[in-house]
Design a binder for this molecule. Structure first.
Ligand code: NCD
Ligand code: ZN
Ligand code: ZN
Length: 429
């Protein structure tokens, strides 16, 4: 299969009007102008104002659910949602049922994903309950190890966590941490308040261990200004990266009060001051990446009071439009979005030949229309979870095509790629 994509290309050397030839899944040529290559398929965005061809977007934190939680989402619907939102690779978290923390569960998930996914994927491994479960399969299939510091697991079974972190250091496996220390949660009548102090304490704890044990650490879904300040302090002494999510940049406690359970997330959405500090850091490099934390549930699971509702909401179909809206407002540059959602997440996850348009790289592309205006309507989501705290928002900017290893999987909002096309991006050569 030979695919040509034409138009304004976002390359490391800047924007050029040109053509990309993708052959056997890889970018063969990137040239200026419009050469006449004999090809099987052409996506032509040349001369169209507002269309830009970006390196394929990568989301380093999603929940595809599946298995016993497939009523919330599965690898097919979750990756359709990714394709619709412009994401070419999604990294799936291990808090599934069963948990992805045995070699058997990991292999089972790999099979499932390989048969169902439409876009490429990475898999995280959870802290196992037995040392013997840190096997070669983990190095082969998992992109990293996820540590949920708020779990009882973390405080009660410190030696297991210690073992796992040591293993990650030895095998040079990335450690991704949900950094919240439950000792600093405040339980009140309006539900549990997940404070900024909880984030600060956990960041101190896990960065200290990264220093001692020498593993590569990434802190995910940072939510507070105090957490950011602590993190920037820690960054000086250790090779540490961090992401945040659109809801921590664009929503505040006010929105949560109005939307109640729908806008509940872990960590909880903080104040305006926090959002502002995170947005500035996203622009100036203090924040390395943006993830969606796509966390589907049923509407029933999101209703009820704040204490009863589950945390999280789908984000794969809102992340890029929300960020491109910031670009249109002059708050971010398009280059920031590419760095935060493609180049850096590819580097953080250690995915080879991704995150860049260049000869020899994977043929993963996200074509955007910077000026497509629309209203966020969750009932139109590809995800099974048809709700969002951003419902009703007017946004400007959208993915109009998603290409995974040379195969268009979404074009003009239609899912056109085959189920099972996705592969584990850890195995990219
Ligand atoms: C996530 C989930 O639902 O799995 N929920 C959330 O509120 N973010 C878990 C998590 O990312 O901590
Ligand atoms: Zn989390
Ligand atoms: Zn999550």
């Amino acid at each position: 299969m030979r695919l040509v994509v034409k138009g304004k290309l976002f390359t490391a050397r800047g924007l050029i009007d040109g053509s990309i030839l993708v052959e056997e899944g890889r970018i063969k040529k990137v040239v200026k102008g419009d050469p006449r290559w004999p090809v099987d398929e052409i996506l032509d965005y040349g001369g169209r104002r507002g269309n830009v061809i970006l390196p394929g977007l990568v989301d380093a934190h999603v929940h595809m659910r599946d298995l016993d939680l497939s009523y919330k989402e599965d690898f097919y619907t979750g990756t359709r949602s990714a394709a619709a939102g412009g994401f070419t690779i999604v990294a799936d978290m291990p808090n599934t049922r069963p948990r992805t923390n045995t070699p058997r569960a990991l292999k089972e998930k790999e099979n499932l994903a390989r048969n169902k996914a439409l876009v490429d994927y990475c898999l995280y491994y959870g802290v196992p309950s037995e040392r013997e479960h840190l096997t070669e399969d983990v190095q082969k299939l998992a992109v990293g190890i996820k540590v949920y510091m708020q779990d009882e697991f973390y405080s009660e079974r410190r030696s297991l966590v210690e073992n796992t972190l040591g293993y990650a250091a030895e095998k040079k496996l990335l450690v991704v941490s949900h950094a919240e220390d439950p000792a600093f949660f405040v339980h009140g009548p309006a539900g549990t308040l997940r404070t900024a102090e909880a984030e600060v304490s956990a960041i101190k704890d896990i960065s200290g261990r990264a220093k001692d044990l020498n593993f590569r650490l990434h802190i995910t879904h940072l939510s507070s200004k105090a957490g950011l300040e602590e993190l920037l302090k820690q960054k000086r002494g250790v090779n540490l990266t961090v992401d945040t999510c659109p809801h921590y940049l664009l929503l505040s406690a006010e929105d949560v009060r109005m939307q109640r359970g729908i806008a509940k997330a872990h960590p909880s959405i903080k104040g305006r001051v926090d959002a502002k500090a995170l947005l500035i850091a996203a622009r100036n490099g203090g924040i390395d990446a943006i993830t969606s934390d796509h966390a589907p549930h049923t509407v029933e699971e999101k209703s009820g009071d704040m204490e009863g509702a589950l945390g999280g909401f789908p984000g794969l179909e809102t992340t890029l439009p929300l960020l491109l809206t910031l670009v249109n407002k002059g708050i971010l540059e398009l280059g920031d979005v590419v760095r935060l959602c493609s180049t850096n997440p590819s580097k953080i996850l250690g995915i080879r030949n991704a995150g860049e348009i260049g000869e020899g790289k994977m043929g993963n592309l996200t074509i955007v229309d910077l000026h497509r205006k629309f209203k966020i309507e969750p009932q139109k989501f590809e995800s099974k979870a048809k709700f969002s705290p951003f419902a009703g928002r007017e946004v400007e900017g959208k993915a109009v095509a998603t290409v995974v290893r040379g195969i268009p999987v979404m074009v003009d909002g239609e899912i056109v790629g085959p189920r099972g096309w996705g592969m584990n991006a850890k195995t990219y050569g």
